[in-house]
Design a binder for this molecule. Sequence first.
Ligand SMILES: Cc1cc2nc3c(=O)[nH]c(=O)nc-3n(C[C@H](O)[C@H](O)[C@H](O)COP(=O)(O)OP(=O)(O)OC[C@H]3O[C@@H](n4cnc5c(N)ncnc54)[C@H](O)[C@@H]3O)c2cc1C
Ligand SMILES: *[C@@H]1O[C@H](CO)[C@@H](O)[C@H](O)[C@H]1NC(C)=O
Ligand SMILES: *[C@@H]1O[C@H](CO)[C@@H](O)[C@H](O)[C@H]1NC(C)=O
Ligand SMILES: *[C@@H]1O[C@H](CO)[C@@H](O)[C@H](O)[C@H]1NC(C)=O
Ligand SMILES: *[C@@H]1O[C@H](CO)[C@@H](O)[C@H](O)[C@H]1NC(C)=O
Ligand SMILES: *[C@@H]1O[C@H](CO)[C@@H](O)[C@H](O)[C@H]1NC(C)=O
Ligand SMILES: *[C@@H]1O[C@H](CO)[C@@H](O)[C@H](O)[C@H]1NC(C)=O
Ligand SMILES: *[C@@H]1O[C@H](CO)[C@@H](O)[C@H](O)[C@H]1NC(C)=O
Ligand SMILES: *[C@@H]1O[C@H](CO)[C@@H](O)[C@H](O)[C@H]1NC(C)=O
Length: 596
Amino acid sequence: MMLLPTFFALSVLSRVGLCKLYEDVSDLPGLHYDFVIAGGGTAGNVVANRLSENQHVSVLVLEAGPSNIGVLESEVPFLSTQMFLDPTYSWNYTTTPIPGFNGRSVLYNRAFILGGCSAHNGMVYTRGAAADFDRYAELSGDARWSWNQLFPYFLKAEKWSPPADQHDTRGQFNPHVHGTNGPISVSLNGFALPFFEGKIIQTTKELPADFPFNLDPNSGNELGVSWVQSTIGGGERSTSATGYFAPKFIQRQNLHVLLHAQVSKLVNATQKKGKPTFGGVEFRYGESFFVAHAAKEIVLSGGVIGSPQILMNSGIGAHSTLSALGIPTILDLPSVGQNASDQPLLILQWALNATSTPTDIVTFDSLRQNATRFAEGLTQWNASRTGPFVDSGDATHLGWARLPRGSPAFGVHADPAAGPDAPHLEFSFVPGGQTPGNSLSIFVVVVSPVSRGSVVINSSDPFAPPLINPGYFSNEWDLLAMRDGISLAERFVSAPAWRGFLGAMTPNLANLSSADLETTIRNTAAPNLHMVGTAGMSARGARYGVVDPDLQVKGAVGLSVIDASVVPIVPAGHTQAVTYAFAERGSDLLKQRWGL
Ligand SMILES: Cc1cc2nc3c(=O)[nH]c(=O)nc-3n(C[C@H](O)[C@H](O)[C@H](O)COP(=O)(O)OP(=O)(O)OC[C@H]3O[C@@H](n4cnc5c(N)ncnc54)[C@H](O)[C@@H]3O)c2cc1C
Ligand SMILES: *[C@@H]1O[C@H](CO)[C@@H](O)[C@H](O)[C@H]1NC(C)=O
Ligand SMILES: *[C@@H]1O[C@H](CO)[C@@H](O)[C@H](O)[C@H]1NC(C)=O
Ligand SMILES: *[C@@H]1O[C@H](CO)[C@@H](O)[C@H](O)[C@H]1NC(C)=O
Ligand SMILES: *[C@@H]1O[C@H](CO)[C@@H](O)[C@H](O)[C@H]1NC(C)=O
Ligand SMILES: *[C@@H]1O[C@H](CO)[C@@H](O)[C@H](O)[C@H]1NC(C)=O
Ligand SMILES: *[C@@H]1O[C@H](CO)[C@@H](O)[C@H](O)[C@H]1NC(C)=O
Ligand SMILES: *[C@@H]1O[C@H](CO)[C@@H](O)[C@H](O)[C@H]1NC(C)=O
Ligand SMILES: *[C@@H]1O[C@H](CO)[C@@H](O)[C@H](O)[C@H]1NC(C)=O
């Protein structure tokens, strides 16, 4: 639909010099702005859009990665796996050896492209439990971070959209909890899998105590099984770049975006009212260094790895870490990079013994395992934005559950969920797998982990990769919760709906001893890539934390962090919706502070 005209418009605009996406630093009109935003990712582009609504302020975004425009694997939802595994658009991070993963180092994907992780993620749209936000309000001492008060900001970012196949969506979501005018499209899947989807819904009827049907998990009440919602509109991925930098926004004369510009650190420190403030943002373009100046405020939106790294490079962090690397401490803030909170994931898979028909493919395996069908799917998407490529090819439904009341997990740690209605576990029901033939996969995720990790610089070279330690399973509670998650997934497939259709399980966990099961979990679990908290928000005057409830760095002046790193504890959900909501509210805080 709209993609080809959009390309056309952009290429015409860039030819007449109106396009404000700068590929070359020498084309940038100047280096003095009111606001400089470090990182053009999920959150940074929201802030840039909202600030530049006021034509009297000038905004510069510095993004290390390339443009998103014309990157087919980012546009086509079904190519999302290919996209996030493509090193061209990745920071290529690897974790330190993770003790809870039996010492394995694993890939920790972060996107290196305008739009950030919104341009390569799985597009799943979930907000979390109401209690997650009420907990943010409590620990920040600011009721405006509560579910009720943040709710309008979820809606502000969102444009609920019809699915690509225009099917009747009644009974598949609750229209009252969605926004209709925001930049980010959200929709239900647009390619039906009647056999597979029918089995999931049938299971909710057969096992209603453990897996009740929930009309909409984004109402604040997640528990149960719901149809998946994704950041997709008209069959295309919707990102902070396609949405907040759509042609009508990026044309603004007061909004400039420089690509291929990697921020090293904040410079030109002076004192204001006895507190440090920074006059410039140093960045590398090619082999040269430049300094961009912010008259009003610097905003760090480099994400959970980038933002704490820039802070530490600039002398803001734990004095002991900085001095060991020879970096002068400007602000001793020991929480920078600490309290990293992310969720461990385990994939269970069963062979699915059923036969596709021309109108009802059992799973997406038939496309992934047949190059001809794969090519046909892409051609259909390209021609009409219909067919199997309009969806991610991952879950059709998500389930959310609590541990059983008597779970052994509660014997080792108090319940870490934000409230009695907040889930501990997520199940993604995925029509496809990694072995030949059709498979059902269930992704089991511990969404309320006790474990915490860290992101710490390892060098005075601002571009050296930091040490990323997500801390998975460092607390026994998380491992015991994963065991309960596996049992619940096995219970799901034990429903009559699946009888006669399921074959071998991979990994085969049946009949494993308790010790062997633990070893298998530690050897096969993976990052869920939902890290938050490395520049965490806390109450004003708290003895820990990196930013105050207004998202300004504690003890500094003219410096904010607005991205997933300020979210203090991972919500029981995926993290892009919370990032958009925090960025929308963070933009309002900036506007209020500067009277815009
Ligand atoms: C593979 C993957 C799949 C995911 N799937 C989902 C999902 O399905 N649903 C969901 O809700 N969430 C998902 N997430 C998580 C979600 O996408 C992120 O939590 C969220 O997008 C983070 O937004 P952010 O603004 O904090 O950071 P980012 O979006 O990462 O933005 C940071 C930006 O800053 C840039 N940057 C960093 N350092 C510098 C520097 N020094 N100088 C200049 N620029 C810099 C980066 O290139 C990037 O563009 C997924 C994440 C990944 C990695
Ligand atoms: C990651 O590796 C790829 C391939 O080597 C490279 O093109 C890309 O620039 C790297 N990313 C970063 C941020 O260095
Ligand atoms: C600002 O910092 C840069 C980089 O360190 C330096 O080259 C420049 O001289 C500084 N400007 C002022 C006014 O101090
Ligand atoms: C981590 O966060 C908790 C609150 O969730 C706080 O009590 C603790 O002090 C924080 N730790 C650090 C190192 O910031
Ligand atoms: C692959 O798909 C094509 C087109 O639908 C079909 O003709 C062919 O038989 C399939 N190949 C296999 C090995 O199933
Ligand atoms: C999509 O269609 C256009 C126009 O017909 C064509 O030029 C392009 O090669 C196609 N791309 C793919 C990936 O099929
Ligand atoms: C951390 O720095 C040390 C010393 O320079 C180096 O030997 C090591 O390889 C670095 N670690 C990582 C993971 O980059
Ligand atoms: C698969 O289905 C066929 C036909 O219904 C049946 O004969 C066969 O036993 C099934 N296989 C498994 C592993 O259930
Ligand atoms: C598990 O053990 C039981 C009893 O010994 C056996 O019948 C069953 O086949 C085993 N299952 C698997 C998957 O090995």
